[in-house]
Design a binder for this molecule. Sequence first.
Ligand code: FES
Ligand code: FES
Length: 193
Amino acid sequence: MDMPIHADITLHVNGEEHRLNVDTRASLLDVLREDLGLTGSKKGCDHGQCGACTVVLNGRRANACLALAVAHDGATVVTVEGLADDGQLSPVQQAFIDNDAFQCGYCTPGQLCSATAVLDEAARGWPSAVTADMASEPALDDTEIRERMSGNLCRCGAYVGIVAALREAAGEPNEAAADPRAAARRIQEGARA
Ligand code: FES
Ligand code: FES
């Protein structure tokens, strides 16, 4: 049987440089969890379908289970462990707590990394598939948030709180917080559509 091939790479993770010798078949998720002990990023499906492993890779969100570590030599990675600043929760983390945006918490690290990148994408004016006016900065209303967060599944169904948390963190009027039943209905209708 052929022996595994290893390669030297450098990753900048949550502000720290790591020189690693990785199996060339290893995913970024496995390297983060197994080699660096950063177990915040979760393995849900290991197939790019649930978003539990989402990290911010070179400034953009990515499913770490689908990224080969060896292909990202020199990359900058932010995991859920790197979102807080010196023990101070990030605005997105605080908004998740304030809006009851999780239950079991398994999907939450991926949701938080994804949500952090969504705010950045909207601030940069990047449109989504549901942005009506491509020329103006997209407002993060419920439809935009649901579309942009659609790659992050929550088996506990904490979607109402997640949408509310993003709107709060984005500084948008919080429809879900004002009328949670109506917001839940719209989210269920969207899920069925
Ligand atoms: S574990 Fe990566 S998308 Fe599910
Ligand atoms: S909070 Fe349990 S899966 Fe999302």
